[in-house]
Write a protein that binds this ligand. Structure first.
Ligand code: UDP
Length: 237
């Protein structure tokens, strides 16, 4: 599949057209940003790690019956995906308190939540991605009630699968952010990425952070943490 003109460049990925209007090529960058773009840097080989980790997770989720945009890995950094209209929501699932939830509710990081918590943020950089609820989403026409029901049930199913899967490689899935898109037929499918940029991963035995918090908080060994996640999921190849 040939890469045609660039459609879009985001903070961590570029998106290209192909000759097939239903398919796009995503190219993962090493650029890293945090705090709504205020902190910028690069993480060596991050693009290749995120591409491989995300494609691995999407393939496993497909086997679990979760529809995703993933079609085919093209090379180290590039993947063929289905073209969808992104629903402008950050869908966040949390199992253990961390990050903005800890701040907002005064729950120390590491506090187990007795049930998984779903949150929505409105994807809008100028507003700093504010948290919203189902009523805001429907009132603003971002998604319908039917779409929200699909998103919610998919988000819980994805969380249940990923939590148990990551445990098998000694990783606790603290929280993560996913995005959904609409196909031309109006079906809601999982899009964007699942990677150490978008999930919090803690080593089960040591609680060592294996995710973007190492970059956000200047904890060091950022590249090594990303490589470690890849190695635990895919071995040394
Ligand atoms: N997250 C993300 N993109 C964002 C905001 C959050 O991928 O723009 C992920 C983040 O990596 C974490 C989860 O969503 O795994 C929850 O993030 P939180 O709301 O705690 O915000 P943060 O502390 O990352 O600002």
């Amino acid at each position: 599949m040939e890469k045609r003109e660039q459609l879009y460049e985001g903070k961590a990925k570029k998106v290209f057209k192909t000759d097939d209007p239903n398919l796009l090529i995503v190219s993962y960058k090493d650029d890293a940003t945090a705090f709504n773009g205020e902190k910028k840097g690069t993480i060596a080989a991050k693009g290749a790690v995120n591409n491989r980790v995300s494609n691995h997770m999407m393939s496993l989720l497909e086997k679990e019956g979760i529809k995703t945009h993933y079609v085919e890995t093209l090379n180290d950094r590039e993947t063929l995906v289905r073209s969808v209209e992104i629903i402008p929501l950050e869908v966040i699932m949390r199992n253990i308190a961390a990050g903005s939830l800890s701040k907002r509710l005064g729950l120390p990081e590491g506090t187990k939540l007795s049930v998984p918590v779903l949150e929505y943020c409105y994807k809008k950089d100028e507003l700093g991605d504010p948290m919203i609820n189902n009523y805001h989403i429907k009132a603003m026409g971002l998604a319908t009630e039917e779409e929200l029901q699909v998103i919610e049930s998919m988000a819980f199913a994805i969380n249940a699968f990923m939590t148990q899967y990551f445990k098998t490689v000694n990783i606790e899935l603290i929280d993560f952010k996913i995005e959904f898109g609409r196909t031309p037929e109006g079906e809601v499918i999982l899009a964007d990425e699942i990677s150490p940029d978008t999930c919090r991963f803690w080593d089960t035995n040591t609680n060592e952070k294996l995710d973007k918090d190492r970059f956000r908080r200047d904890l060091g060994n950022v590249e090594e943490a990303y490589q470690e996640v890849l190695k635990r999921l895919l071995g040394d190849h």
